[in-house]
Design a protein. Structure first.
Lengths: 117, 114
């Protein structure tokens, strides 16, 4: 009964490099959310994806950040040309289904802790 | 957009005492309010949630209350145990527009002393 899996758990990048964070949702879940947690802060919504579609990216920085959830394989959050301010914990969550007026629990992964040096 | 305020930021209690964490939200359209527990180095785990058509919900030692008029909701933990020590987050969501997108509070560090 595997939950949400994220890898790597820890990632160190130098300024200007690219970071790729992977998220495998709970088996059978086709909805994925990415959240960012800065040190000693709450989680901030970044993007919501369904298979092959970005539904809501209102929390994503306009530049350098992108996300995808292909038909096959994990969801990927990509950060290009990382800066020190990108250092944070990035959490992925998945849910069974989403529809207006309905609520489905979001299961969170253990997170990827990105450190930019 | 929605804004969720949570307090206190830290809470220290003796084992067996009760702990209360409070949150307020800004958008009256929010209608789903989950609470998450986050242990060190782990992802948030849902512990209880409440919908806007319910005023109170209880699950063993944990209860949540919702006051829609005042736009605030609270988490109550009774008979606290050392293993309850963690960071607790409240959140709010509007199903009508946000498709499950959660807005989180800033978190409360709960420490239960044996």
């Amino acid at each position: 009964n595997a939950g949400v899996m994220q890898n790597p758990r820890h990632l160190v990048r130098r300024r200007g490099q690219e970071a790729r964070l992977r998220c495998s949702p709970v088996k059978g879940h086709s909805h994925v959310y990415w959240y960012r947690q800065l040190p000693e802060e709450g989680l901030k919504f970044m993007v919501y994806l369904q298979k092959e579609n970005i539904i809501d990216e209102s929390g994503m920085p306009k530049e350098r950040f992108s996300a995808e959830f292909p038909k096959e394989g994990p969801s990927i959050l990509r950060i290009q040309q990382v800066v020190r301010g990108d250092s944070a914990a990035y959490f992925c969550a998945s849910s069974l289904a989403v529809s207006q007026g309905q609520y489905y629990e979001q299961y969170f992964g253990p997170g990827t802790r990105l450190t930019v040096t | 957009g929605e804004n969720v305020e949570q307090h206190p930021s830290t809470l220290s209690v003796q084992e067996g005492d009760s702990a209360v964490i409070k949150c307020t939200y800004s958008d009256s359209a929010s209608n789903y309010f989950p609470w998450y527990k986050q242990e060190l180095g782990k992802g948030p785990q849902l512990i209880i949630d409440i919908r806007s058509n319910v005023g109170e919900k209880k699950d063993q030692r944990i209860a949540v209350t919702l006051n829609k008029t005042a736009k605030h909701f609270s988490l109550h933990i009774t008979e606290t145990q050392p293993e309850d020590s963690a960071v607790y987050f409240c959140a709010a969501s509007m199903s009508s527009t946000s498709y499950g997108k959660l807005t989180f509070g800033q978190g409360t560090i709960l420490t239960v002393h044996p």
